[in-house]
Design a protein around this ligand. Structure first.
Ligand SMILES: CC(C)(C)OC(=O)NCc1c[nH]c2nc(N)[nH]c(=O)c12
Ligand SMILES: [Zn+2]
Length: 375
């Protein structure tokens, strides 16, 4: 049976462990390393599909948990699936709901059969299981589905983490069995285990033996220091098959994207660009700035001299400053557009640096200009 999702390795950077690749899915292919804009509720906040295409977004992410609760997977199925519902004809990845349950809901009760919790919007009692998470994603019709996992809180004891990893592995097996459309939708396993090398190894071995078409690393960027995340990547990515996509969930900031790519990660997602855009924080080639700052009231230059996005091409810092201060929705569109384009452009620069075998040099240049090297 041909797999719905496959990875094509193009080359590995001679200066670092980063790899250039292409992921093929039923709704088209995208180059890696790739950043996936997050569209939790079937929209990348304030962006139209045309604008996402204009900024060269190859794939976007949406959430099982949120779409199950509202509008309902049945509604989206009736609409012809998530691609049709949101008018996006490129690849979509859906997260499984596991993480959202653990991060959004109170009163959760984790059992072998699944998780009992309350609807974070109205307090109704709910239950989510591996089988249910698969059924919802089959209804949504995403190209890449995520297995139902437990993303334990940070920090967690080794003892708790061990039992959690073992349950997540049993849940992964149940996801594979419950998957109704493997020929149309790729299902990725999620490696957990926190910062414990032995547990990451156990989780990876359990999941690799189940032969998923792709693998994610979960349970990182949950508040641990960056060096803890980088070290966890250094002992986890080598355990993941080289001929399949590697996806680091919930990451991230520009430095984490570069450092993740250097450690062999192909796919990333993070709400950061659109989340910080809503309060006027912008990522630029010379570091972060908050456009609400009074210094920008009469600054008629672009947000970022080096950016060619719609915002930087057509509007000034002063204008965006005014819109955000006046709480104008168009201001949030302009800041979101720029931040998404910034990260998508960054991944384009990372891919080019891999082609030229100089990602290590690029890291130094970018960190220096952005101010990551400042003590
Ligand atoms: C706190 C933030 C969101 C930044 O990162 C994480 O929680 N990182 C981990 C993470 C993000 N999304 C996931 N989905 C699933 N199924 N499992 C996970 O572990 C994660
Ligand atoms: Zn811009």
């Amino acid at each position: 049976m041909t797999a719905a999702v496959t990875y094509e390795h193009i080359k590995t950077c001679k200066q670092t462990g980063a790899r250039l690749g292409i992921v093929h899915t039923p709704h088209g292919s995208f180059e890696t390393p790739a950043f996936m804009p997050v569209g939790t509720q079937a929209t990348v906040k304030t962006m139209s599909p045309e604008e996402l295409k204009a900024m060269n977004a190859g794939i976007i992410l949406s959430n099982t948990y949120h779409l199950w609760l509202r509008p309902g997977n049945d509604v989206i199925k009736e609409a012809g699936g998530l691609h049709k519902f949101m008018n996006w004809d490129r690849p979509i990845l859906t997260d499984s709901g596991g993480f959202q349950v653990f991060s959004l809901s109170e009163f959760r009760n984790i059992k072998e059969e699944g998780v009992h919790f309350r609807n974070h919007m109205n307090g109704d009692k709910l239950f989510l299981s591996p089988e249910k998470a698969m059924h919802i994603q089959n209804d949504l019709g995403s190209d890449i589905m995520m297995a139902f996992d437990e993303c334990p809180p940070f920090p967690a004891t080794h003892e708790y983490m061990k039992s959690s990893v073992e349950r997540t592995s049993r849940w992964a097996e149940r996801c594979l069995e419950a998957h109704q459309r493997p020929q149309d939708q790729g299902l990725f396993g999620i490696i957990q285990g926190g910062e414990f090398e032995d547990l990451r190894k156990q989780s990876a071995q359990d999941l690799v033996s189940l032969d998923f078409p792709g693998y994610a690393i979960g349970g990182l960027s949950v508040g641990e220091p960056k060096d803890v995340m980088n070290r966890a990547l250094e002992f986890t990515t080598p355990l993941m098959p080289a001929n399949k996509p590697r996806y680091l969930m919930g990451v991230g900031s520009p430095d984490s994207l570069i450092d993740g790519a250097i450690r062999g990660i192909d796919m990333f997602d993070c709400v950061l660009p659109t989340r910080i855009a809503r309060n006027g924080t912008l990522m630029t080639s010379t570091g972060r700035l908050n456009i609400k700052n009074a210094a920008f009231k009469r600054d008629f230059g672009p947000i970022d001299e080096k950016c060619d996005c719609y915002t930087c091409t057509n509007y000034s810092r002063a204008y965006v400053h005014h819109l955000i201060r006046a709480d104008e929705t168009f201001g949030i569109r302009l800041t979101s557009y720029h931040n998404l384009q910034f990260l998508l452009n960054l991944m384009g620069q990372v891919r080019q640096a891999i082609r030229e075998d100089r990602l290590g040099d690029f890291r130094e240049e970018f960190f220096e200009a952005y101010g990551f090297n400042k003590p």
